[in-house]
Ligand binder design. Structure first.
Ligand SMILES: [Zn+2]
Ligand SMILES: [Zn+2]
Length: 374
């Protein structure tokens, strides 16, 4: 699937710096621009794979982490793409490893920015609506972040203040044509503003919605409540943007695409190349694996609850290996359990006795519910 690929500049074993050109059967070329993405600790997603799509007016998907904008411009130069060639950059979703370098990139290239309409809401400040205290200086997308203020102030504040001033051309929920035979598709769930870019019947740039090796984490429905005041005017329903159910609906949308075009080339935002090898994704198989993963996790949570009511922390402890719970791992593990518990609750398989404390009802409707999506 990655057979028509020419390496322009070699990268390291994780793929950092690997500039390569992929030529699709129609002749359309895509240039890979992976930039460093390491937050420290045990978690390594590998670099962020930004892609330049060499359409009539080239555009970029994603802008790497904060501080990577200049490097991205230099890598494009290696591939013969000049700053003035870029028509726009499209942001796959609002996570910092995808939009961190955005402001710098816009300054260097003067290109336009396209993103989902929710992105445009999340990057703005709302001092009157923000939680009291230090978070008032941060945009809505940071209100639920669990990192301490000392981390925020050192690493994020500057980046968010620059983003405030960006003008964004908003993309809606319906597929939108952004170039000849190229359109967007809204795939919320991992992030409320996730967009994929469909290149005819040849390729799809999926952001973090589908990754090799890694199961993208789903958001929690309850995250909507934290930013409801800024989202309700355009999105009154949490389930349309957040949660595992929403993520599984997005996978079902991808399933429809793969049913039409089984051999579509999938370009993920992490690990296209990792551990010294290229990772082609067979989309149909990968979607099945991801769905099975979530079915198994839902089942495992109900098994744990079979012995009685439990708090989220107890379920985390019983479900995950201790080594996965170090550092930010514990927070991510709790996110996993809550997002699955929300879906189980909606299916009637579980009840939330008090906040994040659950009991099983004895039913297992979730399997039927998830299976019915595809
Ligand atoms: Zn992400
Ligand atoms: Zn990512």
């Amino acid at each position: 699937m990655l057979n028509n690929l020419t390496i322009i500049q070699n990268g390291d074993a994780s793929g950092n710096g690997m500039v390569a050109k992929i030529r699709l059967p129609s002749g359309l070329e895509i240039v890979t621009l992976p930039t460093k993405n390491f937050y420290g600790g045990h978690w390594d997603l590998g670099p962020t794979w930004n892609y330049a799509v060499m359409a009539d007016r080239p555009f970029l998907v994603d802008a790497g982490r904060f501080g990577q904008g200049r490097l991205l411009v230099d890598m494009m130069d290696t591939a013969g793409i000049k700053p003035g060639d870029l028509e726009f950059v499209l942001i796959s979703h609002s996570h910092e490893d995808h939009d961190g370098g955005l402001a710098e990139l816009v300054e260097l290239t003067e290109c336009r920015v396209k993103a989902h309409a929710v992105y445009d809401v999340l990057i703005r400040q709302y001092p009157a609506l923000a939680p009291r205290g230090y978070k008032q200086a941060f945009p809505a997308k940071c209100w639920h972040c669990n990192m301490p203020a000392s981390f925020f102030e050192k690493n994020c504040l500057g980046y968010h203040q620059v983003l405030q001033n960006l003008e964004v051309d908003c993309i809606g929920d319906k597929p939108e044509k952004i170039d000849k035979d190229i359109s967007t598709i809204h795939l919320p769930g991992h992030s409320p503003d996730s967009l994929a870019v469909v290149l005819g019947s040849e390729a799809i740039i999926v952001g973090d919605v589908v990754l090799p090796d890694i199961t993208p984490w789903p958001t929690r429905l309850e995250q909507y409540d934290e930013i409801a005041e800024v989202l309700t005017p355009i999105y009154p329903q949490a389930g349309a943007l957040f949660g595992l159910n929403c993520y599984l609906d997005s996978l079902a949308k991808l399933k429809q695409i793969v049913d039409r075009t089984p051999d579509i080339l999938v370009l993920p935002a992490h690990r296209l190349f990792y551990n010294d090898q290229w990772n082609g994704i067979q989309l149909s198989d990968r979607l099945d694996q991801l769905v099975q993963h979530h079915i198994q996790r839902c089942g495992a949570i109900l098994d744990i609850l079979a012995t009685g009511m439990k708090e989220v922390d107890e379920i985390v402890q019983l479900h995950f290996k201790e080594s996965l719970l170090e550092g930010p791992g514990r927070h991510m593990a709790a996110n996993e359990i809550v997002s699955h518990a929300e879906l189980l609750q909606a299916c009637g398989d579980l009840e939330e006795v008090e906040k994040h404390c659950y009991t099983a009802t004895g039913s297992r409707n979730f399997e039927q519910h998830i299976a019915s999506k595809s």
